[in-house]
Design a protein around this ligand. Structure first.
Ligand code: BG6
Length: 482
């Protein structure tokens, strides 16, 4: 007789958000400005940030900055977490706004009000039996660190981050067991401003700047791993990468070789260092090809990397990417800071991101095969333009279909033998999009009544996917797997 299929008992089902995309209250509670507060709304958000003269100083007279207000989670966290609990969340992945704890990033003492806010948020989660999974830094470096210190290329920023990490780990570790250090650390390879606080121009002119920033982040991340383990023995600290399996457009050996190299540069390099504690064998060749002569790396730093590797591999998965170096005539497609050849076998979302559930099973197998560490799927979801019906719901069958297919792919990966700790659906409550700043690019199971200019009642409504996901969690997937 066939056994009933279900996810493992301790599988952490939940949802994910980031402070800068939900909290708002950008000047309240002693918070300082972060780079996210300086990002404009609109489909051209990243195009503007790619300009040579972009310097985080767009004016309010010309632009609207949606992250400043976002969905006001700063004031609504109690009701929002209650809704997460109603969905049955076992965990909630969220982040701490660095500039709420250290408004400029270089203060001696943390901001008490900011600390209190996160204590309250964690208490609220725990009250409902929800395990917080906390990203220490998610695309929101304090503005002063970028403007005055030059972002992550400056080694002083390692110390500033270590101080921040030390404060949050020391104060919150009795409430938080699961941590991730940097959100999508490797995303800087394609889009350095938000992860590293360095400009496109700097990275374009000299790849040394980009790679030095990575090194500095690796050291800072290892320090956080070290402190977390010292403070609480059973802490689990993960890296977090943006993972996009790469397909070769065809079987041409030149394309296969290109895939191998591109994969090393983008998908593997950061996790290789953070998981194994050393620079991988291909580093020298890769740096040479990038025109990098030498980085400032000390023996002491190499030791910190070696001694403090991560406990698990967190990753976001939205899409795969397809490449060809031999055929320049192929139709191109972009999505999630990636660009590649259009894959004729895949459909795309309304925002042009390719949809590939099988790619998630491949990603899980590739990562586990390489690292043999438990995986955490920290982000996955469908950005769509939902419509609120007259009876105040959203018939988001397309989202249910997307999530169902991806969850089934995860289950298959588990059956393949991959160890997977949990899954947090991205933007479980509608939030400000990272790439466009739009509210109308919605991922949530909870609808938030706000438009791209953040006008509206801000009221929360349950979408059809809300009840569906709560059933998935309640039955450990039995309702979708059998
Ligand atoms: C990930 C980020 O890249 O993708 C999130 O970690 C982001 O911050 C998510 O919101 C979805 O991307 P977008 O651009 O649709 O918001």
């Amino acid at each position: 007789m066939e056994q009933t299929k279900r996810f493992p008992k301790d599988f952490l089902f939940g949802g994910a958000t980031a402070a800068n995309q939900i909290e708002g209250a950008y000047k309240e509670g002693g918070k300082g400005l972060s780079i996210a507060d300086m990002m404009p709304v609109g489909k051209d958000r990243f195009t503007i940030m790619r300009r040579d003269d972009f310097n985080w100083d767009l004016s309010e007279a010309d632009y609207f900055f949606p992250n400043r207000k976002a969905i006001d989670f700063y004031h609504t966290y109690r009701e929002d977490i209650k809704l997460f609990a109603e969905m049955g969340f076992k965990c909630y992945r969220m982040s701490i706004a660095w500039s709420r704890i250290f408004p400029r990033g270089d203060e001696k003492e943390p901001n008490k009000e900011g600390m209190e806010f996160y204590h309250n948020v964690f208490d609220e989660c725990l009250k409902h039996g929800i395990e917080p999974v906390v990203t220490i830094s998610h695309y929101e470096i304090p503005l002063a660190i970028v403007k005055e210190y030059g972002g992550w290329k400056n080694k002083v920023v390692i110390d500033l981050f270590c101080k921040f990490a030390d404060v949050v780990l020391t104060n919150f570790s009795d409430k938080v067991k699961y941590w991730m250090t940097f959100n999508e650390i490797n995303s800087a390879y394609h889009f350095p401003p938000i992860g590293q606080g360095i400009s496109f121009l700097e990275a374009k002119e000299d790849m040394t700047v980009l790679m030095q920033s990575f090194h500095n982040q690796f050291v800072a991340s290892s320090y956080a791993v070290k402190r977390a383990h010292e403070i609480r023995k059973d802490s689990q600290v993960g890296c977090m990468v943006l993972y996009a399996p790469m397909y070769s457009y065809d079987s041409h050996p030149e394309n296969q070789l290109a895939i191998l190299k591109l994969n090393q540069e983008f998908n593997q390099f950061c996790a290789d260092v953070q998981v194994t504690g050393k620079y991988p064998y291909y580093t020298k060749a890769m740096f040479k090809q990038m025109g990098i002569d030498k980085l400032d790396i000390t023996d002491e730093e190499l030791n910190v990397l070696k001694e403090n590797t991560v406990d698990y591999v967190g990753f976001s998965y939205y899409m795969s990417t397809t490449k060809s170096v031999t055929n320049k005539e192929l139709e191109l497609i972009t999505g999630n800071i990636l660009a590649g050849a259009k894959n004729p076998f895949l459909e795309v979302s309304e925002w042009g991101w390719e949809i590939d559930p099988i790619g998630l099973r491949i990603a899980c197998n590739q990562l586990y095969d390489r690292y043999e560490k438990p995986l955490f799927i920290a982000e996955n979801g469908l950005g769509a333009a939902d419509i609120l019906t007259e009876d105040l719901s959203v018939e988001d069958d397309y989202r249910i279909d997307y999530l169902k297919k991806h969850l089934c792919a995860i289950y298959e990966a588990i059956e393949d033998g991959v160890k997977i700790m949990g899954y947090t659906a991205w933007g479980c409550i509608d939030l400000v999009s990272a790439s466009t700043g739009e509210m109308s690019k919605r991922y949530g199971m909870i609808y938030v009544d706000l438009n791209d200019q953040l006008e509206g009642t801000g009221k929360r409504y349950k979408k059809k996917s809300f009840n569906w996901y709560s059933q998935v969690i309640k039955t450990a997937g039995e309702n979708i797997l059998n």
